[in-house]
Design a protein around this ligand. Structure first.
Ligand SMILES: Nc1ncnc2c1ncn2[C@@H]1O[C@H](COP(=O)(O)OP(=O)(O)OP(=O)(O)O)[C@@H](O)[C@H]1O
Ligand SMILES: [Mg+2]
Length: 264
């Protein structure tokens, strides 16, 4: 339903002599319903690019299109569309208010989505039912809706963050290092859940990770970023098995035991 097209996107931080050019002319297409992995060394601009797509930083140049609508410049439709692009972060606490129960956090997102879609405010009961459905979707017992985020494990909190993102009925998900802060023992479960949901809901996804083993497991395509630029992109298996760029080869070489990971 909604692919993502980036055309010559630039992001500069600051002005004048102190300005830093973090994203330098990135063009990238994430096809409708596909998962594109964005990899690259620390500081290469992956998060900045994802944040530009979701509207957390303003590109200094270029176009970001979803459904052929320019998200950067257009108003109205674009503002609505942008809310259908949801981001999940490395630290789930970033989107969960510690003073709110997990159910209330999800309900807040449900009500925001209803306002956006102008479908009328859901009743308390509708909200409660939808919260229960979303918690079930991410494999958390709906009976825990009243729990505070602090009482959950890191993996459970990340699943609540996914439920909250899904409450907005997104067409596009941006996942930025969403398992990096989790214990290895639960990383696989969170990734499998995300992938199952992506397939079931036909979501378009940009999956940011420095872990190429994970990216190979999750993604249809891979784009390799270095110093603000995409240096290589293609089908995931091609990029991993036949990297064209030395930088990609170095990234692959940096993964210990690629091919013997828990995802095999
Ligand atoms: N708000 C900001 N102001 C100034 N510079 C910034 C800002 N945000 C990011 N940068 C700089 O932009 C560059 C790219 O940062 P970014 O966070 O996008 O990298 P990354 O590829 O996501 O790295 P990592 O793998 O460590 O998460 C870095 O040099 C960073 O210091
Ligand atoms: Mg980052």
């Amino acid at each position: 339903m909604t692919g993502l097209v980036l055309q010559d996107v630039h992001v500069r931080f600051g002005h004048g002599a102190g300005a830093f050019h973090a994203v330098r002319g990135v063009s990238l297409t994430v096809a409708d319903g596909e998962v594109t992995g964005l990899v690259g060394e620390s500081g290469s601009g992956k998060s900045t690019l994802a944040r530009a797509v979701v509207g957390l930083v303003e590109p200094s140049d270029g176009r970001i299109l979803a459904d052929s609508v320019d998200l950067v410049r257009a108003r109205g439709d674009a503002a609505r569309l942008r809310r259908r692009i949801q981001m999940i972060f490395q630290d789930p606490s970033a989107c969960l208010d510690p003073r709110m129960s997990i159910g209330d956090s999800i309900a807040e997102a449900i009500r925001a989505a209803a306002r956006r879609e102008k479908t009328g405010a859901p009743s308390r009961r509708q909200c409660r039912d939808e919260v229960a459905r979303l918690l079930q979707t991410v494999q958390i017992d709906p009976a825990r809706a009243d729990a505070a985020p602090a009482t959950l494990s890191g993996g459970q909190r990340q699943r609540v963050a996914i439920a909250r993102a899904l409450a907005a009925r997104p067409a596009v998900l941006l996942a930025d290092e969403i398992t990096s802060a989790l214990d290895v023992s639960v990383q696989g479960a969170v990734l499998n859940l995300l992938l199952a949901l992506q397939r079931e809901l036909g979501l378009t996804m940009l999956f940011v990770s420095h872990n190429l083993a994970v990216v190979r497991y999750v993604c249809d395509r891979i784009a390799v970023m270095r110093a603000g630029e995409i240096v290589e992109s293609g089908a995931a298996l091609d990029v991993i098995d036949r990297p064209q760029h030395d930088y990609t080869r170095d990234l692959i070489a940096a993964i210990p035991r690629l091919g013997e990971t828990m995802f095999e």
